[in-house]
Design a protein around this ligand. Structure first.
Ligand code: NOJ
Length: 542
């Protein structure tokens, strides 16, 4: 299935134009609590998203992935699901969802839901019945007897700190939770669980959704023998407790791939949906999630841009390595930020955030843009009394808090940035009065104008969406590459440094700047050398 290194080291193959819609598409992630509040409770909702769909159209994205909005006690803000086939009243109703979906489709936007198969809420009926000993639900979650010495069945740790097992007095057994004790893991080895969960996919596909982003897909099946995880010799106190042990037996088990293929097969019953897997694994293990004969996830999320130092050489090498690892015919994808990781502008600074946006939109593969990154939302201090993230509350001595990346969308300079009539559930960033959609829409050189221009250019060019990718020579601090499709070519040169740089494009080319991150150089002809300003990226027409 894999190409040999010699086959893929230089130029990656262009995709067939008739392939799935998600190849040429760009995805926009919406964290529903934080996008738009329509009923004045300080928390975003589905009706709010519906009212703001025009923003997605103006941006030029093709699909919205909406993080969970299902009924939930919200211990992990919706990633603890009480009922997979409904909408939490906080976010609206199924009718609101149908209206949102219909309007999105009318506007030409696809809608991708977040499917959370690894765990339910502790309040899910399946768990309540299983805990009470109902024989029909006895093995729907992962229940184990205490170890012979009387403690937890093994040494697995929770992602949010502490043991991954909680003792239940009623059953006299432990249940497993990879995350909070309020998020018990489902038992995917039970065929009844699998059937019920695949039916959840059908429930939403019948309503018309266009695919799923599947939460921690790589962890849904665990070691059959529940072996202890080995200690991590490199762990230090400054690292999250979960990293204390190598997660050898608690996730990424060989059996998972058959389950991913079954999810994919359900999508195929309906024809057109995309299956995206949330997988934090090294690229060598990540690419296995494309599955045998590419029957797994269409897009196993590639988080390499989040993990790689922001430096031209490191990024170039990482992109080449990822491209080389892709199985034949597999389609790449790229993520710069999400609701779990620091915002790109907080990580690399606002000047480099513009370069990062150009990188995201010009790499080969489907980009996922996180809400707020289009206006460059950056760092924010969340005061201790406003911290909401359960992980931050459980490991307060670490900087793992996810609240700063979930602050409300900043729409305009009116009260609460136009997000809500009420005090928002999380604070706005300090510069919200200037950093908002309305203000940036009036500024032809803003981050918003740049993001719109990038998406427009991408959409208009088959080589930027479907073309091959090849790295070009460049001086230290500059990342340069070529995209090509049939006789169309674009060159991209990104100055990842704060110093001016001179880049020599391949000889003998008549080049013209199509777009600069400064938004001020379009149409400029380029001679033997291109002068890049500090923190500037350019796309060149060849
Ligand atoms: C990954 C999600 O992205 C994260 O927000 C959540 O806390 C965990 N999975 C548990 O569902």
């Amino acid at each position: 299935m894999r190409r040999s290194p010699s086959e893929n080291s230089a130029v990656s193959a262009p995709a067939a134009p008739e392939a799935g819609w998600w190849r040429a598409a760009s995805i926009y992630q919406i964290y529903p609590r934080s996008f738009q509040d329509s009923n004045g409770d300080g928390v975003g909702d589905l009706e709010g998203i519906r009212r703001r769909l025009g923003h997605l159209v103006d941006l030029g994205v093709d699909a919205a992935w909406i993080s969970p909005f299902y009924p939930s006690p919200m211990h992990d803000f919706g990633y603890d699901v009480r009922d997979y086939c409904d909408v939490d009243p906080l976010f609206g109703s199924l009718d609101d969802f149908d209206r949102l979906l219909a309007e999105a489709h009318a506007l030409g936007l696809r809608v991708i839901l977040d499917f959370v198969p690894n765990h339910t809420s502790i309040e899910h009926e399946w768990f309540l019945r299983g805990r009470a000993g109902d024989p029909d639900r006895r093995d729907w979650h992962i229940w184990r007897d205490p170890s012979p010495s009387g403690g937890a069945p093994n040494n697995w740790l929770s992602h949010f700190g502490g043991p991954a097992w909680t003792f239940d007095e009623t059953r006299g057994q432990y249940y497993h939770h990879a995350f909070l004790p309020q998020q018990p893991d489902l038992n995917w080895r039970n065929p009844a669980v699998k059937a019920a969960m695949l039916d959840v996919l059908r429930f939403w596909l019948r309503r018309g959704v266009d695919g799923f982003r599947v939460d921690v897909i790589s962890q849904i099946v665990k070691d059959e023998q529940f072996r202890d995880n080995p200690e991590n010799p490199d762990w230090t106190q400054e690292r999250p407790e979960i990293e204390r042990r190598l997660q050898l037996y608690s996730g990424d088990r060989p059996e998972v791939h058959a389950l991913v293929a079954e999810m994919r097969a359900v999508l195929e019953e309906f024809g057109h949906g995309v299956l995206i897997g949330e997988i934090y694994l090294p690229p060598e293990r990540l690419v296995a999630y494309y599955g045998e004969a590419l029957r797994g996830a269409h897009l196993p999320f590639n988080f390499q841009l989040l993990e790689t130092p922001w430096e031209a050489g490191a990024l170039g090498a990482m992109i080449e390595a990822y491209e080389a690892l892709l199985p034949q015919g597999a389609w790449p994808n790229w993520v710069l930020s999400n609701h779990d990781r620091p915002r790109v502008a907080a990580r690399v600074g606002s000047a480099q955030a513009r370069v990062a946006a150009m990188l995201l939109m010009t790499l080969r593969g489907t980009p996922t843009l996180y809400y707020g990154d289009e206006i460059g939302i950056g760092p924010v201090e969340v005061p201790p009394e406003r911290v909401r993230d359960p992980w931050a509350l459980r490991e307060p001595h670490l900087s793992v808090g996810r609240d700063p990346v979930r602050t409300p969308m900043q729409w305009d300079a009116s009260a609460n940035a136009g997000f809500s009539q009420a005090e928002p559930w999380l604070p706005l960033t300090p510069d919200w009065a200037a950093r908002n959609v309305a203000t940036q829409a009036r500024d032809p050189c803003s981050m918003l104008s740049l993001t719109r221009a990038l998406l427009a250019l991408r959409k208009a060019s088959r080589c930027l969406t479907l073309g091959s990718w090849r790295r070009l020579d460049a001086p230290a601090g500059v990342l340069a590459y070529e995209r090509a499709f049939a006789d169309e070519r674009r060159l991209v040169a990104l100055n990842l440094s704060a110093a001016p740089k001179l880049w020599t494009p391949p000889a003998g080319e008549a080049l013209e700047i199509a777009l600069s991150t400064t938004l001020a150089r379009a149409g400029e002809k380029v001679g033997a050398q291109l002068a890049l300003q500090p923190d500037e990226g350019v796309i060149l027409l060849a």
